[in-house]
Design a protein around this ligand. Structure first.
Ligand SMILES: NC(=O)c1ccc[n+]([C@@H]2O[C@H](COP(=O)([O-])OP(=O)(O)OC[C@H]3O[C@@H](n4cnc5c(N)ncnc54)[C@H](OP(=O)(O)O)[C@@H]3O)[C@@H](O)[C@H]2O)c1
Length: 271
């Protein structure tokens, strides 16, 4: 498999780093990037071939990964010269529906939409994947899993409208976790703990709890109950959160993200 990235920013950088760490051959990766500075950065960091025009990079049978900002995808697709299902095309652009990308690629249907997240930068991401049509073969799915799987876990979904939910859960999700970490750190400082100690306690608590939840056969509710002794400190804290409807507020926030995903899909597809 040979891969051409169109767009060589943060996400392409994370994917290239992940692929190389998994011993993917450097000579089989190319990057089309319009910014000379971004091209230089990638060449310095990885020694990867980077050019500014797709015609100098995209070869027959290459897997083409569009990794430009959503608002640049239409133009990047139009300039790519890709059509006729000759290449497997993977788009990681948030919000852009594949029916629109297919139109911008002159009817190309061999398309996969992927929604990764930023822990991909350290190989701990998770990506939702959706195949546009039957033109995406079993081998194409495996190729997609190799590329996105280089930086974390992958999950196939069966209905593209669920991509908005994937975006609201795992795409935006790291920000919710950071927000919660910030709140707990603020509380730790208010209780008089030094900044560095607060940071270490909170981060280890988050990673430890997340690892326990993923390695335990018990549901998270059971793990939560185990920490919550009758009349104890955890019980008092959880009662306070229940009174403030924290859970409902989180669900409302994620619903809002889902709605915004739908709006963006509409906006980005407008002629
Ligand atoms: N960050 C996340 O959490 C996350 C998660 C999931 C998906 N995504 C998606 O991943 C995509 C890439 O995000 P990113 O953070 O990597 O963006 P980024 O850092 O801005 O990278 C995109 C790069 O592509 C270049 N570019 C723009 N138009 C181009 C064209 N026609 N041909 C070649 N290169 C072109 C840009 O150059 P200029 O800067 O000069 O425009 C920029 O260097 C976005 O669609 C985003 O929605 C991001």
């Amino acid at each position: 498999m040979r891969i051409t990235f169109i767009g060589g920013g943060n996400m392409a950088d994370a994917l290239i780093g992940g692929l190389l760490r998994k011993d993917f051959p450097l000579q089989d990766i190319r990057v089309v990037e319009i910014s000379a500075e971004a091209r230089r950065k990638l060449v310095d960091k990885y020694g990867v071939t980077s050019v500014d025009k797709p015609k100098d990079a995209v070869r027959a049978n290459d897997v083409v990964v569009f990794a430009v900002k959503p608002q640049h995808l239409r133009e990047a697709a139009a300039k790519s010269g890709i059509a006729d299902n000759a290449n497997l095309v993977i788009s990681i652009a948030a919000g852009v529906r594949l029916a629109n990308l297919s139109k911008w690629l002159k009817g190309h249907t061999r398309l996969v939409r992927a929604m990764p997240n930023t822990p991909a930068m350290i190989g701990e991401g998770v990506a939702g994947l959706f195949p546009f049509s039957k033109a995406v073969t079993r081998e194409d799915r495996e190729r997609t899993e190799t590329i996105l799987g280089a930086v974390g876990a992958t999950v196939w979904i069966t209905d593209e409208s669920q991509m908005d939910a994937v975006t609201a859960i795992s795409g935006s999700g790291p920000a919710y976790v950071f927000y919660f970490i910030e709140a707990v750190e603020d509380a730790a400082r208010e209780l008089g703990l030094p900044v560095q100690i607060a940071h270490q306690l909170v981060l280890n608590t988050f990673t430890g709890a997340a690892r326990l939840a993923s390695s335990s056969p018990d549901p998270v509710a059971v793990l939560r109950e185990r920490v919550t002794s009758k009349g104890g400190t955890t019980e008092r804290a959880l009662a306070s959160m229940a009174k403030d409807e924290v859970k409902e507020a989180i669900i409302r926030a994620i619903r809002a993200a889902n709605e915004r995903g739908k709006e963006l899909g509409e906006e980005l597809g407008k002629e």
